[in-house]
Write a protein that binds this ligand. Structure first.
Ligand SMILES: [Zn+2]
Length: 489
């Protein structure tokens, strides 16, 4: 599907009655009629003339596939505030995650042109080239039916009627659309009252995200669901606790960058394009976006680590780079989180033997959706040496995952890890405090003389000196005093 142009129907431009030939024929009559009905339900002209809103949500999220242990599902409490300037396409996203005792904050700002990550504890402001108007709020707009209706209306060109379906006992009309920078979404529109009962979109690992809306309320003539519940691949994902919303608030002062903040790490690096980098003899780092793999070529076969989806693409890239067509014999599985297991089916199809912690075998099979035979697994019990000493593996259980296998290539004194030690900044490193001290001593104890640190989420390779720099005392997280969502912390 092509990216739609940002057109508004004449009714929007002139604020005319919505049902009188809104005219534009870029989507079919059926689509236009349905969109008009939804827009009218959500406030008609009041919705179309909306200039800004602030939505504050409290919710709980279930960490299926991202919990610390593969045997349990962790719960995270979230409290978010998104300020949206619809006229100038600006957003301010504030987020507090965790309990009163143990929380972290995130602050992201998109000023109409550029995205910034702001850290109040460290007093830093970092330009983020990959951040957009759509992504700055970490997709919190998906939780707000009113925002989805606005997106649908702005993207009529892409809309297609997908038939009817009974949902929660009521007939709904389905309409699919695509907004720039967002995945395709299908809205389930209640035929009786024109409300959006549900939004559905694909989940990359199979199945759908389903966002169900309920407890509709009207404020300043604009409709919104006060409650939402999200499932992912059929499992509970997000449960809303409370919602506060304000429409047409004066938000003109909401998009100023904080003054006096430093930018020690420079800009965030741009990893939007696939790259293959030779790190040392026979050792290569390949990937883009958030998914990188390391490959070691023994002369007869390759050894890989880094399990993101599109593993095949990365493997093809390294073979082309080296100029050989040899098999991927071993694939090291770092830990059980879904994102790092996205490429397991591909690894299986490539014929690898998995090097894995015993407790994570079930998750590899689950994500590969194949009952991989036992003889395709080599179990790491703490530590192991493979491929005639070309690869050493160390299990480093920590707060992120009960098992996390790190791959060490002694000939290049290079370690590859996932969710442990890495940076996507142009320079500098974040302070990891005590946990990085533990990492450093575990490596020393294992006899790994690491000089270079590669990681699954970055194309940047760090040094032993960087690890030393990241072991200072960690300052307590600050929740900014002027954030309403910080109340009580
Ligand atoms: Zn992880």
């Amino acid at each position: 599907m092509t990216t739609p142009m940002r057109l508004k129907p004449t009714a929007v431009l002139f604020g005319a009655c919505l049902f009188v030939t809104t005219g534009p024929v870029w989507a079919g009559d059926k689509e236009n009629a349905l969109i008009d009905k939804v827009v009218a339900t959500y406030g008609g002209d009041k919705l179309l003339n909306l200039k800004s809103f602030v939505v504050v949500d409290k919710y709980n999220s279930f960490r299926y596939g991202q919990s610390q242990s593969p045997d349990e599902v962790d719960l995270h409490a979230g409290h978010s505030s998104v300020t949206v300037d619809l006229v100038n396409k600006r957003k301010n996203f504030r987020w507090v995650l965790g309990s009163k005792e143990d929380f972290r904050t995130q602050h992201q700002l998109f000023d109409g042109k550029t995205g910034y990550s702001i850290k109040h504890t460290e007093r830093t402001l970092t330009e983020n080239a990959g951040m957009t108007y759509s992504s700055v709020d970490r997709r919190h707009m998906f939780y707000l039916d009113t925002a989805l209706v606005l997106m649908l209306n702005d993207n009529r060109l892409s809309a297609s009627y997908e038939g009817e379906q009974s949902y929660q006992g009521t007939m709904h009309d389905l309409i699919k659309f695509k907004a720039e920078g967002n995945p395709e979404m299908t809205l389930f529109v209640n035929r009786e009252n024109g409300r959006v009962g549900k939004m559905q979109r694909d989940y990359w690992a199979g199945g759908y995200f389903n966002y169900s809306f309920s407890d509709y309320e009207k404020k300043q003539g604009i409709l919104y669901a006060a409650n939402n519940y999200v499932t992912r691949a059929g499992q509970p994902y997000n449960v809303s606790v409370s919602r506060k919303i304000e429409f047409n608030k004066d938000v003109s002062n909401e998009f100023n960058k904080p003054k006096g903040y430093g930018s020690p790490g420079g800009k965030s690096l741009d990893f939007s394009k696939m790259s293959t980098t030779k790190l040392a003899d026979n050792l290569y780092l390949v990937g883009y976006d958030w998914g990188f793999s390391i490959f070691y070529y023994t002369g007869e076969y390759f050894i890989g680590a880094g399990g993101y989806k599109e593993l095949t693409q990365r493997f093809e890239a390294v073979k082309a780079f080296v100029g050989v067509d040899k098999p991927l014999k071993y694939q090291v599985v770092s830990h059980h989180h879904n994102d790092h297991l996205g490429g397991m089916k591909e690894a299986f199809d490539l014929g690898v033997t998995f090097i894995v912690a015993k407790d994570n075998i079930a998750d590899v099979r689950r994500m590969a959706k194949v009952d991989i035979p036992d003889n395709r697994f080599i179990i790491v019990d703490g530590q192991g040496t493979y491929a005639d000493g070309a690869l050493k593996v160390l299990d480093f259980p920590n707060g992120h995952a009960t098992h996390n296998l790190m791959s060490y290539f002694p000939s290049a004194k290079t370690l590859f890890s996932a969710d442990m030690f890495g940076s996507r900044q142009a320079s500098g490193v974040d302070n990891g405090g005590e946990s990085n001290k533990k990492l450093r001593s575990a490596l020393k104890q294992a006899g790994f003389k690491v000089e270079h640190f590669a990681a699954a989420h970055s194309g940047r390779v760090l040094t032993a000196a960087d690890l030393d720099k990241s072991t200072g005392p960690v300052i307590d997280e600050i929740c900014p005093a002027d954030w309403a969502i910080c109340e009580g912390r």
